[in-house]
Design a protein around this ligand. Structure first.
Ligand SMILES: *Cc1c(COP(=O)(O)O)cnc(C)c1O
Length: 357
């Protein structure tokens, strides 16, 4: 039996994608072996790799002067790769700290240059996106986390730059809403929230920003290493890329990013409306900054929250416990969460409220 899995990541994948992978698993399209056993230099794998890159470019409308890189190390590895690749001008970068991952990125960058805090929302436990930024005149880049997975906030419009380029961690909202790639210098995402099983990390970078890395930048962290080799410098995470390719095909069939964005807005709207009309459940995020992907909520009573998580689990609504930094509950409703899953959650929330009020 399949459950509704509200995990923040790794998270749900569409059933159709899993079934396709299952059908292909032992003998990939008659070649007598699995994708997991295949040389990354084989023509079968190359077709998967190229289709994944082409679908990303098509679905995200990536301009020709941007490279799409498929790398390893997770989003976290880019916390170091970004300053190492980009701090080649003034050596100054501005960071907006809107949550745990943003703070990790900010701290990771510190050894590589003059890393400045443009704003932080830590004063209100990251429940909003700061609008007033202290920006440097000569920054190489401004860094943001566009969707904050743990705290449930997102940027609904991008900050205005004073200098340099915009760098965004889009790990938990990539492919969930239309993004104008030309507004970014770099955007990147680990796969395991909205694209594929953990393994591949997608880095989309403007071409002129490649090849200017600091002298100390390790070979495997240089974007130029994979850019020059079509992301086949070394063995890529082949199976994760294959799953990404299947999921991208699936998204294209659904009508692409604009179409799934409408579904995501509808799903999130159902849940936020229900919470807002309840005096039993609360979401403390500034309304205009609410995430479409991660919806934290609480009852205000720790024991009741724990009971909610436990009983939800018994009712097929899994992994809904909030992050330890926030507590309570968090429903992650990525692209693969069907509308029925959100409706089932709301029905359960009603029932739980009646029984526990
Ligand atoms: C999950 C997540 C990360 C960390 O990703 P890893 O692939 O585990 O390194 C970073 N940033 C955001 C916004 C995330 O949601």
């Amino acid at each position: 039996m399949r459950v509704y899995n509200f995990s923040a990541g790794p998270s749900m994948l569409p059933l159709e994608v899993l079934q396709q992978a299952q059908a292909d698993f032992v003998d990939y399209q008659g070649c007598g072996m699995s994708v997991t056993e295949m040389s990354h230099r084989s023509k079968q794998y190359d077709a998967i790799h190229q289709e994944c890159l082409a679908l990303l470019r098509e679905l995200m409308n990536v301009p020709d002067n941007y490279k799409i890189l498929l790398v390893q190390g997770g989003a976290s590895q880019q916390f170091d790769a970004i300053p190492l690749n980009l701090l080649s001008g003034s050596g100054v970068a501005d960071y907006v700290v809107t949550g745990n991952f943003a703070k990790k990125a900010y701290k990771a960058a510190k050894p590589y240059g003059d890393i400045r805090l443009a704003a932080s929302s830590e004063d209100k436990t990251y429940t909003y996106i700061p609008k007033e930024l202290t920006l440097s005149d000569n920054a190489d880049y401004l860094y943001i986390t566009q969707n904050n997975t743990i705290f449930g906030t997102r940027y609904t419009s991008l900050p205005t730059l004073k200098s340099g380029v915009l760098v965004a961690d889009v790990s938990s909202n990539i492919l969930s809403e239309v993004m104008d790639v030309s507004k970014y210098g770099v955007m990147y995402a680990g796969a395991q929230k909205n694209v594929a099983p953990a393994g591949v990390t997608i880095v989309i970078v403007r071409e002129d920003l490649i090849g200017k890395e600091q002298a100390i930048c390790p070979t495997m962290l240089k974007w130029s290493t994979q850019a020059d080799a079509d992301s086949l410098y070394n063995t890529p995470p082949c199976f994760s890329i294959y799953m990404a390719m299947l999921n991208l095909r699936h998204l294209k069939k659904l009508g692409g990013v604009a179409a799934i964005q409408r579904v995501n807005e509808y799903k999130a709207g159902l849940l936020y409306d229900f919470i807002d009309n309840s005096d039993f459940y609360h979401n403390y995020v500034n309304k205009e900054d609410r995430s479409l992907m991660n919806v934290p909520f609480v009852t205000g009573d720790k024991d009741l929250d724990a009971k909610f998580v436990s009983e939800a689990g018994k009712n097929g609504l899994l992994s809904i416990k909030g992050h330890k930094l926030v507590g309570g509950m968090r429903a992650s409703i990525y692209n693969a969460m069907p509308v029925e899953g959100v409706k089932a959650l709301i029905e359960f929330m009603k029932k739980f409220e009646l029984e526990n009020k």
